[in-house]
Design a protein around this ligand. Structure first.
Ligand code: FUB
Length: 338
């Protein structure tokens, strides 16, 4: 797919070459990279991991991040520039704790940074902040996006200019507390493990000003090869967190992490709203518990930005990486063994 928006890549191919699959940044810990090409340059919006001294648990309390650093590169294996803090938790009026995986979008001269953070009642919501520069500083709206919940926003702008947010994450991401559409603080900490339909990611169309949901929050339905919804017990294939959408040859590719089975997988459909049919594994497990990615076209190739724990060996102190994403002639994605 040739991207038809400001993400069209005109990236400088002459900058110094650096091997792929090496940590992109070594002086801070980074994770959950959402990469975009804005006006010819690669920008990466990652989480900024820190050592908060909090014990590891299934709710992810040890991921206690407090700001975002925005990174840029002129070419895929060129120098990475750290533009410093683009948004700090202290400047988000409604935030409590844990700034998790962000994403960004560009429309009509404004850059939008979407971020999940727990509010002061310890409920994950998704916020939006704006800037005239892709590197910030970003100014957060005074309240979270109405109707938003859970984590891991990923914003996809279709060729017709309509933008959609995909979001959600199980366990510490609290998606299992939102069944029936309202928050249940007493819900089980994990999703059901029996042969019932899996809990789905969510999506909503964004308003023209990119700051609100326009229309209802819907489920991102993923079907198996027989057209049946994936089961909650199908932990190698069901959605867990870290959704991402891209379009290739007119087809919509929804990719995500399977969480406790540590895979990046994908499903395809003929509409941005789904349903999607499960296709296969994009990336085998990386070092570390979490796996999280973005997929982006740069010049005439596609790349996957991801993370592992090469630098620290600790699951909450991650480092982002990039490698090429290859497809077969029919559009199927080749599995990467990191
Ligand atoms: O970085 C915190 C959380 O870990 C993210 O929101 C998840 O996707 C996982 O990578």
């Amino acid at each position: 797919e040739t991207p038809a928006t400001a993400e069209t890549a005109q990236v400088n191919p002459t900058a110094a070459k650096k091997p792929l699959s090496e940590p992109l940044v070594r002086d801070i810990y980074t994770a959950d990279p959402s990469a975009h090409v804005f006006e010819g340059k690669i920008y990466i919006y990652p989480s900024h991991d820190i050592e908060a001294g909090i014990a590891e648990n299934d709710k992810g309390d040890h991921f206690a991040m407090r700001d975002y650093h925005i990174l840029s590169m002129d070419s895929i294996n060129g120098k990475v520039t750290d533009h410093g803090v683009g948004l700090d938790i202290k400047d988000i009026p409604w935030a409590g704790r844990q700034l998790w995986a962000p994403d960004a979008a560009f429309k009509n001269g404004t850059y939008y940074l979407y971020f999940p953070v727990k509010d002061k009642q310890d409920v994950f919501r998704i916020g939006v902040a704006t800037s005239k520069s892709p590197t910030g500083p970003f100014k957060a709206e005074p309240a979270p996006i109405a109707g938003s919940f859970s984590i891991d926003p990923a914003v996809f702008t279709d060729s017709d200019g309509e933008a959609y947010m995909y979001f959600g994450g199980l366990w510490g991401g609290q998606l299992q507390r939102w069944q029936g559409g309202t928050y249940n603080p007493n819900a089980a900490e994990k999703e059901p493990s029996t042969a019932v339909p899996a809990l789905n990611a969510r999506m909503a169309k964004l308003s023209p000003d990119m700051k609100r949901f326009e229309g209802p929050v819907e489920e991102v339905v993923i079907l198996d090869e027989n057209g049946k919804p994936l089961q909650a017990s199908d932990t190698n294939r069901r959605f867990f967190e870290g959704g991402w959408m891209h379009k290739y040859n007119g087809k919509y590719y929804f990719s995500y992490s399977t969480g406790d089975t540590h895979l990046l997988v994908y499903a395809t459909g003929s509409s941005p709203t789904g349903p999607f049919t499960y296709q296969g594994v994009i990336m085998q497990p990386v070092q570390g518990w979490t796996t999280h990615h973005s997929i982006v076209p740069i010049k005439d190739k596609w790349y996957i930005f991801y993370h592992d724990t090469q630098l620290s060996g600790k699951t909450w102190l991650r480092n982002i990486k990039v490698t090429e994403l290859k497809r077969r002639a029919d559009g199927a994605i080749e599995t990467i063994t990191p």
